[in-house]
Design a protein around this ligand. Structure first.
Ligand SMILES: NC(=O)c1ccc[n+]([C@@H]2O[C@H](COP(=O)([O-])OP(=O)(O)OC[C@H]3O[C@@H](n4cnc5c(N)ncnc54)[C@H](OP(=O)(O)O)[C@@H]3O)[C@@H](O)[C@H]2O)c1
Length: 324
């Protein structure tokens, strides 16, 4: 079958390991289902995989794609939940030490067919297109959990989203606005700040700018480049929720500020199947649809991944069977 995969880990030139080619069609093991993929979205995670981060060398070649939507053999339209847990684990699967994301151990969604455990294929709301549904399982689920499960914040409070144009950042802006938060964002260019405002952010600032007032919560995926600003932007008792560190580890943890102002730092990763179900319902009920900056045919995956390397994104990049 057609597939887009990483041939080997390549820390310095990730795109050099990208192959658009053929892989064997998978057969679902007992309890798993076969999904005909209609759309899949790109995540920074795909670049980490190409670099060999978060995946063992013996797992290559690995089909990329930890987000997707498609059709089961019986015609049911589904959204994929990427967190594959140990079937014996009873609680929150994001806390299961044996859990993996699609593309860490099991093959991903940038292919004609992907196999997943039956519980990882959720019904797709009819109101979402395949391209929109393909944004939900990773970036949007991560944003949903950060905002509604982990932050402890309430609608009406002010939040700062570091980054304006990324997959997780645009999801945070759109979900925050829909839920009634006052949403501020930072963006590295005028264009990115304009996108944040277009998505409903109440204000958009240059990265690192002094804010008009301190905020109740900051939402981080950038890491080193924005961490000090995040900590300095919080009110006493405020919270930073972090799910990524694209620019690396922070060199100053801001410990004095952390204890003196009684700040909270909360880590967050992906979300549960139940949270994905709730996210889908929320989008359906509130009419929220993900900001898709580009929709490309699967054959042009390299173009989309290069845009992510260059920071040239405007929301989610989706690979779709209908594009082109
Ligand atoms: N823990 C989890 O479960 C989970 C899930 C999803 C993603 N993540 C992580 O979250 C991060 C973002 O993922 P993504 O898929 O949203 O990536 P993306 O779409 O490529 O977005 C990158 C974001 O980072 C910002 N950024 C990058 N470099 C920056 C810099 N030097 N200064 C300021 N901002 C910078 C961009 O802001 P501008 O708009 O200003 O360019 C943009 O918002 C990645 O590290 C990813 O691994 C984690």
């Amino acid at each position: 079958m057609f597939a887009v995969y990483a041939s080997e880990p390549n820390p310095s030139d990730p795109l050099a390991s990208l192959v658009v080619g053929e892989r064997d069609t998978p057969t679902p093991p007992p309890g798993w289902v076969s999904v005909s993929v209609r759309a899949a979205s790109l995540n920074m995670h795909d670049l980490w995989t190409l670099r060999g981060v978060g995946i063992k060398p013996e797992q290559f070649p690995m089909i990329l794609g930890c987000d997707g939507a498609g059709v089961l053999e019986d015609g049911t339209e589904v959204v994929l939940h990427s967190v594959i847990g140990d079937p014996d684990w009873g609680g929150d699967e994001t806390l299961d030490p044996k859990r993996t994301l699609l593309t860490e151990k099991h093959q991903g969604t940038f292919a004609e067919t992907v196999v997943v455990p039956r519980r990882n294929a959720l019904p797709k709301p009819a109101g979402l297109t395949f391209a929109e549904a393909a944004c939900m399982g990773t970036a949007w689920l991560t944003a949903y959990r950060m905002l509604f499960v982990k932050s402890g914040l309430r609608p009406g409070q002010t939040i700062l989203v570091q980054g304006a144009s990324g997959g997780v950042a645009t999801a945070l802006i759109q979900l925050g606005v829909a839920a009634g938060f006052r949403v501020w964002a930072t963006g590295r260019s005028e264009e990115k700040r304009a996108l944040a405002k277009q998505l409903g952010a109440h204000e958009a600032f240059e990265s690192g700018a002094r804010l008009p007032e301190r905020v109740d919560g900051v939402f981080e995926t950038v890491g080193k480049a924005t961490w000090s600003h995040s900590m300095k932007s919080l009110k006493p008792g405020g919270v930073v929720v972090i799910s990524g560190a694209t620019t690396g580890d922070a060199s100053a943890a801001e410990l004095q500020r952390l204890f003196f102002l009684q700040l909270r730092v909360v880590g967050s990763t992906m979300g549960t199947r139940e949270e994905l179900g709730d996210l889908l319902k929320f989008c359906d009920l509130a009419g929220v649809r993900p900001q898709i900056g580009a929709e490309l045919p699967f054959e042009q995956a390299a173009e989309g991944l290069k845009a992510m390397v260059d920071g040239d994104v405007a929301g989610k990049i989706v690979l779709s069977r209908n594009a082109g």
